[in-house]
Write a protein that binds this ligand. Structure first.
Ligand code: ZN
Length: 96
């Protein structure tokens, strides 16, 4: 998937206090590892049924974060950070 697509699916600016701080990838508002609980709720509310768009957005951020995190912490486990960025998403609805 092209990384540039994320620009088209990035969330709108409102209620986005709990955003990631680069290059630490901690929440700007609460200081925990991003996405924090509030960020997850905000993202789910903001994207609603557009799950694929949210996946693309998070995957793009994960790719960027992995570069930063690996640089700062060479032992960063890609699978673990993938779980952190994408593993919390609820499963796809059975059908539509
Ligand atoms: Zn937060």
């Amino acid at each position: 998937m092209p990384a540039t697509r994320a620009a088209n699916v990035a969330p709108t600016a409102h209620c986005r206090d709990h955003v990631a701080s680069r290059p630490t990838w901690r929440c700007r508002a609460c200081g925990t590892a991003w996405p924090c609980g509030r960020a997850k709720r905000d993202l789910l509310a903001e994207y609603g049924t557009r799950r694929t768009d949210l996946l693309v957005y998070l995957a793009t951020l994960w790719e960027e974060a992995l570069g930063h995190l690996t640089e700062r912490h060479p032992g960063t486990d890609p699978a673990e950070s993938h779980e952190r960025f994408l593993g919390w998403l609820p499963p796809r609805p059975p059908s539509r």
